[in-house]
Design a protein around this ligand. Sequence first.
Ligand SMILES: NC(=O)c1ccc[n+]([C@@H]2O[C@H](COP(=O)([O-])OP(=O)(O)OC[C@H]3O[C@@H](n4cnc5c(N)ncnc54)[C@H](OP(=O)(O)O)[C@@H]3O)[C@@H](O)[C@H]2O)c1
Length: 248
Amino acid sequence: MKLSNKVAFITGGTSGIGLETAKLFQAEGANVVLVGSNAERLAEAGKALNGNALLIQADIRKVADIERAVEKTRAQFGHIDVVFANAGATTVAPLASVTEDYINDNLALNFTGTFFTIQKTAPLMSRGGSVIVTTSFLNTIGYPGLSILAATKAATRSLVRTLGAELAPLGIRVNAISPGAIATPFYSKIGLPDNVLSQVAANITDKVALKRFGNPEELAKTALFLASDDSSYTTGTEMVVDGGLTQF
Ligand SMILES: NC(=O)c1ccc[n+]([C@@H]2O[C@H](COP(=O)([O-])OP(=O)(O)OC[C@H]3O[C@@H](n4cnc5c(N)ncnc54)[C@H](OP(=O)(O)O)[C@@H]3O)[C@@H](O)[C@H]2O)c1
């Protein structure tokens, strides 16, 4: 048990990478707090965690929602050991169709939400705590139609360094996980028709050295490493889990 009696606060925990990580953290002894914006998916995720997780419906784009989620966690557990700031989503928008509202919405979820998740949880953390942020292969390679998501992810990678430096004196480590193409519901939400989506998937698979999509369990294992004392001397870094997509 690598996370015995630890409290893990996971945003974007209702699906994909976040949910698989929640399952693994629970299996390793953690008390899991799951944050998601969709009530149905939150309830389903709760069942997948044997009814044993604290489920909090919150929209990460709203700071007041994050504050409420953190307060509920404090009321139930008193402290937080691990924060997985993982919530994220986008829709494809080529250069000409990007609007001010689109940029603001992407920033609110993928950057500002991550920032305030860390700011609001940090006071409940103590020496030995671990913060993990989900970034993306998009902050290393360019992909058409995803300019704003890529920019927000590069910004979160930057945050990991700065907040890592700020929290290091308190004994709290801050790291990122950079997924490549991972088989999760993420792609079904990006607003592309199925036939285009399968072409995009084939195109990405071709660029991946290992010639396949990753699965969320492979990300969960990396999150477990960063959450646990196994990575006690690792902070400020970004662990790339992408089958070689950005390396060759
Ligand atoms: N899959 C990939 O290939 C890939 C590649 C690079 C990076 N990533 C990153 O990995 C992270 C997890 O994505 P995933 O692939 O696991 O996709 P996913 O299955 O779609 O999960 C996204 C999670 O984010 C939550 N979320 C979305 N909007 C939210 C909001 N406004 N407030 C609170 N939660 C919200 C969703 O919960 P609700 O539906 O309940 O709102 C869901 O739990 C994201 O940050 C994504 O950018 C994924």
